[in-house]
Design a protein around this ligand. Sequence first.
Ligand code: GLA
Length: 747
Amino acid sequence: MLKVLVAGACSCVVSLTCFVPCPLLAQSAVRAQADRQQWYLNAGKMTYVVGVNEQGILQTLYWGPLLRDGAVVPVARSLPERASQYPPAATTPQEYPAYGAGIFPETALKVNSLNGDRTLVLHYESARVDGAKLEIVLKDTAQPLRVHLYYQAYAEGVLARWSRIENIGKGSFGIENAASATWNLPAGTGYSHRWLTGMWGGEFQLNEEPLKTGKSVQESRTGHTSHEANPWFSIGKQGETTEETGPVWFGELGWSGNWQIVTEYTSLEQPRVTGGYNPFDFHWTLAAGASLETPKFYAGYTDGGEGQASRILSQFQLQEILPKRGEAREAKPRPIIYNSWEATEMNFTADTQIALAERAAKAGVERFVIDDGWFGKRDDDHAGLGDWTVTPKKFPQGLKPIINRVHALGMDFGIWVEPEMVNPDSDLYRQHPDWAMNFPDRQRTEMRNQLMLNLARTDVKEWMFTWLDKLVSENDIAFLKWDYNRIWSEPGWNTAPGSSPEHPNPDAEKAIYLQSIRNLYEVIDRLRAKHPKLEIESCSSGGGRVDLGILERTDEVWPSDNTDALDRQDIQWGYTQAYTPQTMVAWVTDVPSMDHRMVPLQYRFVVAMQGALGIGANLTKFSDADMALSAKLTEFYKTVRTTVQQGKLYRLASPLAGDTSQMEYVADDGSQAVLLAYVHSQRFALPYAAVHLRGLDPDAMYHVHALDPDKYAGEATVSGSVLMGAGVNLKLRGDYDSTAVALERVR
Ligand code: GLA
């Protein structure tokens, strides 16, 4: 439950003339300090303060540890002109800098007016406090344009910011760039910057560098969130910030289309982060009376190091973002999935799937998922996408018999879809070639033999909702794996509002970027509303679509097509910086892996146990011993998964740094802790170093439940102080050894 301590009494419209102060508040709340033209936003253990300066400009005044109720920071003052190269607009830390008045660092807004004016100067107009929400309205000094800045504080320690640009005039405006927010950090030196990059098969790679003068740009131009970069940032202090200590300013975006985050450090030592829609190839025509809203940009601050920043984001996502937000702790954690993709690819019959399902049930699986290849003429990736009817060749009686069999085996049933794509060799494309994105007369670029449907079109959106709704209504489907396997090319839309085949308008057609994502969100929202029990996984050739926009409407993600256990450790180390382990699906698959690596079955399992465990191996080829080991490991996982998926993660030792690594999870109520430990290459016959646990109660006693009693060297019941101080001794040796230890708090 969000702890908002505010009632209607605090809902007040504040303007320059009427100023109604609110009572002092905590946890997640906004306090208006009327006499100082300031607003104090408390989110968990963080406070963020904005204020209006003597010129009417809204400034960032503070972003750091929680301020005590009643504490005030200095009133806003614009910085003086330092030299003729530095007007106050450029050096004053503006909350939402619009291009104008000589500003040259990154701006959040750039608008063209019909009279040729390409600048804005936004002045404070009014503010409204409503519980933990704040709206501040700015207005341009010359043009009929308002900007509404929205703030929402969350008790978990996160502040959401976004904007709405409103045309209050009679003509239109052309928006060239509209970010969600600019976050100004305290001016100073010694910052370090972390961000996530990647590639297909190698997503979520963690980067770290000192923050240097200039700009670091992370972005997507692919039309979706992208494998190349993920919309998350983290800034710490060199020599101070570690996994468990020191200040961290962090944030992430909720948008699944082209996005950009610019992390900038000015010559005047001002760190600032601006993010939202990507200005690349961007245009939005803002008609009279219309508004453009930007995506949410979430951010937080902690002095508890990178680990605490991740724990804040994880709890925030569980409580406020994921579809079952808030219920997450009471709800069933993610089920153990079996997915048949790696075992059969598209080459299967109903019988081969049933044979896999029977083995999966024996291995402790709870959800059986048929991947690509069940529809149309889909025997390989050359044909069928778009023709979403069950292929009689593989399922002569439709899906019902196999779904019934899966249910009889005690599992629920899921199926793969890729709704936004079409193969040119499909009935859909033959009927509606105009539905694929394209520019007239230009060759459509195929990737994986497929084209992108133009989901910005209303007819495509309605078609998509209709067949998905029919599929889920006619069959007992608990789960969709929603895939998206190529990037954009030829992003044309000559039937966009304001464009036509006869009178094409390239600027109007750029609305495709926003409208297709809005329509994607609408289709999923409608589907979920009509089928409240339906769950969805976001997949995009692995982790190409992971962000807080898609996570508001999907329950889990497929972080990578790379299931090599060693590579997965690196990917998972990066993934958990920004996203909760509950959403991180990980399958145990066959060896050799895509790296041609041979890794023992237990190591593959214990790596997959770091998130939502699944199996993708061909179980029909498993020996009896492998089946028995799989059943033992899924049984153990079921005893710890709530802690793994919904508890507090302590990343003890990085797989990126050495031959050994460990993850630890502590249940929110402290009743259980789980240690997952690995060695990938033992050296010089050295014993495994003691593992010092974190986050336990030093005065409590814990009963040890070791997955492998022969690999645990210690007492059956141990005090928290010993587990953290002296550590846990494990007998891991050789190559790719691993184990797990559960600790149950007894008193
Ligand atoms: C993508 C996904 C895989 C699988 C295939 C099916 O590559 O990431 O997991 O679903 O598509 O074509």
